[in-house]
Design a protein around this ligand. Structure first.
Ligand code: FNR
Length: 182
């Protein structure tokens, strides 16, 4: 069996820790799992007036979500919530009314921050949103990752100290996708 996971990174920053984390997670996935980074930085600001004629970038993103068997959200915390760019992408994917592309896609939520709270509050806000999108979301294990020296090794993989923890998280997410993919 083949599973395609759409990866949504909530930071547009070139040197984003969350992008690094996403790339490191991909390396821990088993055979049969494929990952696609979904661009959200080129989406216009959501405007309900455009529902009948969604921008090309919006249609592209929605197509990529529709083709996937799961969605992985890797996001920073901005001011104790999720970044606006991520919320913007999520909102686009739910419209026009009745055409919510997220519904039913098994979701994983993870994030990394230099702060010791490690995106915990953003993740809780995101879980609230994913519930209304009707995405079956992996509840446990949770993963609040702090960006620290040695977290990533030289080639961008998860370093020795956190490898087991991250591998377990990925294994659980992968099993979740297999269980819930349509
Ligand atoms: C932050 N940062 C932050 N960190 C955190 O743990 N909790 C927070 O509420 C916030 N708030 C916040 C707001 C704004 C506007 C910015 C720009 C940053 C710090 C943030 O975790 C840090 O910049 C990360 O490096 C952002 O993730 P990326 O871009 O490295 O993936």
């Amino acid at each position: 069996d083949k599973y395609l996971i759409a990866v949504i990174v909530g930071s547009l920053r070139k040197d984003s820790f969350n992008l690094k984390l996403a790339n490191a997670i991909v390396k821990l996935a088993p055979e049969g799992f494929f990952f696609r980074m979904v661009r959200i930085g080129d989406l216009p600001l959501y405007n309900q007036d455009d529902d009948a004629s969604q921008a090309e970038s919006v249609r592209r993103m929605k197509g990529e979500i529709a083709e996937s068997q799961g969605v992985l959200f890797v996001t920073p915390e901005y001011n104790r919530s999720i970044p606006g760019v991520l919320k913007n992408a999520i909102d686009h994917g739910t419209r026009p009314y009745g055409q919510n592309v997220w519904a039913g896609k098994p979701a994983g939520v993870i994030g990394i921050s230099p702060g010791s709270f490690g995106t915990a509050m953003a993740q809780q806000h995101l879980r609230n949103i994913l519930a209304t999108l009707d995405m079956p979301t992996l509840n446990q294990p949770e993963a609040f990752i702090q960006a620290r020296e040695g977290l990533f090794d030289g080639d961008g993989s998860i370093g020795e100290g956190s490898r087991k923890f991250m591998q377990n998280w990925v294994d659980r997410y992968v099993a979740w996708v297999k269980k819930h993919a349509g």
